[in-house]
Design a protein around this ligand. Structure first.
Ligand code: APR
Length: 314
């Protein structure tokens, strides 16, 4: 099997920017584990085929994970030392059994996370994703994130596969529960906090997220699957591609003929399957990608005055 694409690395020359892009061979080994030649073309010079695939796409699915909110100060789950799971045991906090066993521990932890999410602001990655829908015939935004940063950045249709921190409900009757308007005021790392009671059945209110062992919201996952089967480009950004069934969506899309772009500063299981692996931070790569594909309004997509991509200099 001869591969269509030769593998390339592009090392970034911008100050402090660690972005690089590679085109992987169809059945390539993980580019991050081999040491290809370094190519010193200017950074953000995305492969032309990648930019064309985005610019000419009929229907793009963008699958986002915790890495997209990382630059907003919302901790990821699995990043060593900083990820939530390096500090808290998911089995102790993110399962129905844990809530059954110790509702105050679980509720307090989720109130702390909700506070962090409310204190955070959308970053240039969220803004760039929201801006993509201005340029694409169809964009389906599927997120594993339980924060509302996509919506606050202006994305109007967001499929939340793992629920939302902002949509609690009764654990007994399922009735949705409204949070008070004021910002939660939780100590770092959370504290034990009794969950409120349902106004209909007095059952305990639980966080509106999907816990390990629970099914995804049926409608949401069905929509995501359908979009993956019908898109011509899927962009997987800021996810470790470890948690199924969400992590299966890129493979489903590829099996239906779609090309895959992965954006992540670290290697993941998707490396060898992606058409293009773009190694870098979402908050830098996505604005640059939008600029490369469609030009951009500098203010909106280039944080901290990063020089625009080649396109803008025209
Ligand atoms: N830009 C892009 N990617 C980033 C950035 C960044 N600035 N910072 C970190 N990442 C990458 C990490 O390299 C990692 O691959 O984001 C990924 C985060 O992975 P996880 O912490 O595993 O988060 P995610 O993939 O979203 O987790 C999936 O697991 O714990 C459950 O329900 C939870 O929705 C979550 C699911």
């Amino acid at each position: 099997m001869t591969s269509r694409f030769s593998r390339r690395w592009v090392s970034c020359t911008h100050n402090g920017c660690q972005n690089s892009a590679s085109q992987t061979a169809e059945h390539g080994v993980n580019p991050l584990s081999s040491t290809p030649g370094i190519d010193n073309r200017p950074a953000h010079a995305f492969p032309a085929a990648l930019v064309a695939a985005l610019r000419e796409a009929r229907h793009v699915v963008l699958l986002s994970g915790a890495g997209v909110s990382a630059e907003s100060g919302v901790p990821t789950f699995r990043d060593a030392m900083t990820g939530l799971w390096s500090r808290f045991d998911p089995a102790e906090l993110a399962t129905p059994e844990a809530f059954e066993r110790d509702p105050e521990l679980v509720w307090g932890w989720y109130e702390w996370r909700r506070m962090r999410a409310l204190q955070a602001q959308p970053n240039p990655a969220h803004l760039a994703i929201a801006g993509m829908s201005d340029h694409l015939p169809q964009l389906t935004l599927v997120t594993q994130n339980v924060d509302d940063l996509h919506e606050r950045a202006g994305s109007d249709t967001v499929i939340h596969l793992h629920g939302s921190l902002h949509q609690p409900r009764c654990a007994t009757c399922g009735r949705s529960h409204a949070f008070p308007d004021e910002m939660p005021n939780e100590p770092e790392g959370g504290r034990r906090l009794p969950p409120p009671r349902c106004t209909r059945c007095r059952g305990l209110i639980r966080p509106g997220v999907v816990w390990f062992g629970e099914s995804l919201p049926e409608g949401a996952f069905y929509q995501a699957q359908e979009a993956a089967e019908n898109c011509d480009l899927l962009i997987s950004v800021g996810t470790s591609s470890l948690v199924y069934p969400a992590a299966g969506l890129p493979h489903l899309a590829k099996a239906h003929g779609s090309q895959l772009i992965q954006i992540n500063p670290q290697p993941t299981n998707l490396d060898g399957h992606a058409t293009w692996n773009v190694v870098g931070a979402a908050g830098q790569i996505l604005p640059a990608l939008v600029a490369a594909a469609w030009g951009s309004t500098r203010a909106q997509y280039h944080p901290g005055g990063l020089p625009a991509c080649a396109d803008d200099s025209q």
